[in-house]
Design a protein around this ligand. Structure first.
Ligand code: SF4
Length: 285
């Protein structure tokens, strides 16, 4: 049984994510433009990015040709089944792909065959949670492949970085991730970090930070201070937009944590490009 309400809301969510950069991200790019030297390549790159963002919004076109991996997080009332919502999400994804809002991005890793409609094994990724409200909240991240390629996971202690299992060791890993990227992954980026967990949940924790606004405040004081310090230190590296040099290597740092087992200590850095596409919709059915 089809549900027009869910289908249309999810289609709207996908279009919003693909074509409209969130205001807090645009604002961070605007501030970065002001901070770069007049006539510098860094300033020009950021201006071009913002022009591109404006055109995409006006013409309802994808902000970037790589519309990325689709990561949905859905909160739902317990009376509504997951498979019921999943089917409508897949229908909306097919329609968005057919209309050009999404690029066909689901490739079988063995045959290299593209499914053509973004539907495949594990694609789109849909995470469900139940809540007590009588409405559905769907959130979507479009995670670009280039930025995913420079994402990285560390295991502490790390002798190469001389990083121990402490706050200083954690900071060394995160700053190293930005240094290694050297502007690849389409900087200025956002460092979304998961501390602890196991290898899988550490990266999940990192990616969940991408649902946060750039201007929010981490409720954990230690993590909040770490975010501010790393933001400043990485931007002092001088790598700059797309690696051209400048003051803007990253637009933000967002850090979460999970309890770990005593034997393991993972730091996962999900690097997100400037095309930080994030959208949310809440609706009743
Ligand atoms: S990394 Fe981001 S900005 Fe760069 S091509 Fe991929 S989606 Fe686009």
């Amino acid at each position: 049984m089809e549900n027009r309400e869910i289908f249309e809301n999810i289609l709207c969510l996908i279009e919003q994510a693909s074509t409209v950069l969130p205001e807090d991200v645009s604002e961070a790019i605007r501030r970065a433009i002001d901070s770069e030297e007049g006539g510098s390549r860094a300033k020009r790159v950021l201006e071009i990015i913002l022009e591109n963002v404006k055109l995409a919004r006006e013409r309802r076109l994808p902000i970037c040709q790589d519309t990325g991996t689709l990561i949905f997080y859905v909160d739902k009332p317990k009376e509504i089944g997951q498979s019921f919502i999943s089917e409508e999400i897949c229908r909306a994804v097919r329609e968005a792909t057919r209309s050009g809002i999404l690029r066909p991005n689901a490739v079988d890793p063995i045959t290299n065959k593209n499914s053509g409609d973004n539907i495949g094994i594990g694609s789109p990724y849909i995470h469900f949670d139940e809540w007590d409200r009588d409405e559905i909240r769907a959130r979507l991240i479009l995670k670009g492949g280039g930025s995913e390629n420079v994402s990285i996971q560390y295991s502490l202690p790390n002798s190469e970085l001389m990083a121990g299992r402490d706050v200083e060791g954690i900071k060394k890993c995160i700053i190293d991730a930005a240094f290694r990227a050297q502007g690849f992954g389409c900087s200025p980026g956002i460092l979304a970090v998961g501390i602890g967990g196991d290898r899988m949940t550490s990266f999940m924790c990192a990616k969940e930070q991408l649902f946060r606004r750039l201007d929010d405040k981490n409720p954990d004081e230690t993590l909040r201070n770490m975010e501010a310090e790393i933001y400043n230190r990485v931007n002092e590296l001088g790598i700059g937009p797309m690696g051209f040099g400048g003051k803007t290597t990253i637009l933000g740092v967002k850090i979460g944590k999970r309890h770990r087992v005593p034997a393991s200590f993972f730091i996962s850095v999900a690097y997100m490009c400037w095309a930080f596409r994030r959208a949310e919709i809440v609706f009743k059915i």
